[in-house]
Design a protein around this ligand. Sequence first.
Ligand code: 2AM
Ligand code: CA
Length: 268
Amino acid sequence: MYQKELETAKRAANEAAKIIRDYAENESFGVELKGKNDLVTDADLASEKKIIEVIKTEFPEDQFLAEESNTYTRLPDGRIWIIDPIDGTTNFAHGFAPYCVSIGFWIDGKPKAAVILEVAHNEMFYAVEGEGACLNGNQIHISDEREPSRSLVATGFPYSMFDLVDPYLKVLKDLMQKTHGIRRAGAASYDLCCVAAGRVEGFYEYGLSPWDVAAGALIIQEAGGKVTDWTGSDNWLFGRRIIAGNEVMCSFLKDQVQAHFSEKDLEV
Ligand code: 2AM
Ligand code: CA
C-alpha cells in the first residue's frame, strides 16, 4: 500500500535536492533570521514550493504541514503531508553536511510513508507502514546493541527553550561517562535515520517541531525501533521531546532525562 505516495515523495525529494544543490554550488542564496538562531534561506523556500507542487500534482485534495508555511498546531484528520524542505538549515548555510529533505505522509494521525533524503551524500532513507525501511534500495535495521556502555548516542543541542539548558547539560555529562560517546549532527531527521540504520543506538532531543520528526519516526519504527516522548508515551509529534532507539536504549535514555529534568519539564 501507499506505493504511489512513496514514489511521489521520492520524486519530490529528488527535485528539491536538485534545487538545494544548485544553491549550495552557487553560494549566492539569501539568508534571513526568523528568530534567534533561526535561519531560513532562499533554498528552504524554493525547496518547499517544489515539494508541495510535485505532491499537489498527484494528490490535489491532500493537506500540508510544512515548516515555511506552517499552518497547524495539531494534526487534522485525513491525509496530510508533513514537510521539512531543509532539515539542518544552519548546516546548509555553513556548507556543513548533513542536511536533509524530510517528507512524511500521515492519515488520521498515523504515519504511512516517509522519505528522508540527505542531500550532500545523496542517501535516501524511506519506509512504508508494514513494509520495512530502506536506504538507497537496501533494507535497514536498528542496532541490536543493548549495552549503553557500548552504544553511541545522538542528540541536538538546545537552540531555544534555553531555561532547560542546565538539566540538558547534566544529562549530557552523565551520558559522556555512561556511553561510547555522543554525536551532534545538526539535523534531527538525519539523527533519526542514523538510529534506523544502526549507526547510533539512540537519540534524544527537545525543542523539535513536527516536520523534524514526522518522517524519521516511521523509518525507525519500520527498521524495528521505537519512538517515544520523554515520559515514555507517544506525544512526540507535537510534544517537542523525543527519544528513539531499541527498547533498552529508549528506557535507558528516558531514565537519564527523568533523572535531571523536573516532572513539569518532561512534558509540554
Ligand atoms: P531545521 O534546520 O529544520 O530548523 C538541530 O538540533 C535540529 O533542530 C535540526 O533538525 C533543526 O531543524 C532543528 N531546529 C529547529 N529550529 C532550530 C534553530 N532555530 N536552530 C537550530 N536548529 C533548529
Ligand atoms: Ca527546516
